[in-house]
Design a protein around this ligand. Structure first.
Ligand SMILES: C[S@@+](CC[C@H](N)C(=O)[O-])C[C@H]1O[C@@H](n2cnc3c(N)ncnc32)[C@H](O)[C@@H]1O
Length: 301
């Protein structure tokens, strides 16, 4: 079992009640409410309040989540809501690639960063891993509150990428599943991920949009802001998220943090494979690629 630390000062926490931990140094109390440990620091709540409100509004309007436990348990292989079946086919192909990577490895402690409704945490827990699901959202449909729907146990933690309540070298795998591009600083996010990773641990970045040309990423982000403004009346850009990756940026991050990346592109189907050619024919911007970045942390951190 992981012994949580204070996400502000990193001191060890005292158990002051069954579902309560206290940092004696900072005078902070952290509680487990509805099965979710709340580690979002009070001074960071206002930073994320607008993002959480906007994100939850958009996702509710889009009709994400909901339904009974069978909906959550079927992810990523089936979208029983039928609303995002094409998206989930891609997610399932990426997950299959992840499974192939993990299958030779013994059960490990894995941090699922930006876990959303926790479907990946559930799948990883089913394979015998100890999983910590980290997210800002605690709602029951699309956030960590959905943990109740699953047949496999994992630990939901409300926390942010760059202030984890986890001790150094706590995990051997950190996975960002469709979440890394929400980071406001890839450098800070990777610094914290490497802190909680064991030496030679794995950092996996799945299903974040990747472009060759940063201009394509900027255009995608601008298009999204326009769509949100037109549909919801707000641009949903209160966080200065990085929004996309480029091959060059990933290589630079690899050099800076001494992470050796491998990029795996699962086959998402012929239509998907033809997208770059079709875009060129139409004179449209470069479409995003997805896939899986597999990084190994250096020997000595
Ligand atoms: C597109 S969702 C992906 C959810 C899930 N991993 C999946 O694959 O369905 C991105 C998630 O990242 C979370 N997120 C974004 N920024 C975060 C941060 N700084 N710290 C923790 N979670 C964050 C969001 O709240 C959201 O649930």
């Amino acid at each position: 079992m992981i012994r949580f630390i204070c996400p502000r000062c990193r001191a060890a926490l005292e158990n002051t009640a069954p579902d309560e931990l206290r940092c004696l140094q900072d005078g902070l109390t952290f509680r487990c409410v509805d099965g979710i440990w709340r580690f979002l620091l009070p001074e960071r709540e206002s930073h994320f309040a607008r993002f959480i409100a906007d994100y939850e509004t958009v996702r509710r309007f889009e009709g994400r989540g909901g339904g009974d436990a069978s909906y959550y348990r079927a992810l990523p292989f089936q979208d029983l809501s039928g609303r995002f079946s094409a998206d989930w086919r891609i997610r399932a192909a990426s997950f299959r690639a992840l499974e192939r990577l993990l299958s030779p490895l013994p059960p490990a402690c894995i941090v699922d960063m930006g876990a959303g409704n926790g479907w990946l945490s559930n799948r990883l827990a089913a394979r015998g891993h100890e999983v910590l699901a980290v997210d800002l959202l605690v709602n029951a449909e699309d956030g960590l509150g959905a943990w109740r729907n699953y047949e496999n146990r994992f630990t939901p933690l409300q926390a942010e990428f760059t202030r984890l309540p986890l001790p150094d070298s706590a995990a051997s795998i950190v996975v960002f599943n469709a979440s890394f591009h929400y980071s406001e600083s890839y450098e800070e996010t990777l610094t914290e991920a490497l802190r909680v990773l064991t030496s030679r641990g794995k950092i996996l970045v799945m299903d974040s949009p990747v472009y060759h040309d940063p201009e394509s990423g900027e255009r995608m982000a601008a298009e999204r802001r326009q769509q949100f403004l037109a549909r919801y009346g707000f641009a949903s850009d209160s966080l200065q998220s990085e929004n996309y990756l480029t091959y060059q940026r990933m290589n630079r991050l690899g050099e800076k943090f001494r992470i050796r990346w491998r990029h795996i592109r699962p086959f998402y189907g012929l239509r998907w494979a033809l997208r770059p050619w079709l875009a060129r024919l139409r004179g449209a911007r470069e479409p995003a690629e997805f896939g899986l970045w597999v990084g190994e942390a250096p020997d000595v951190l």
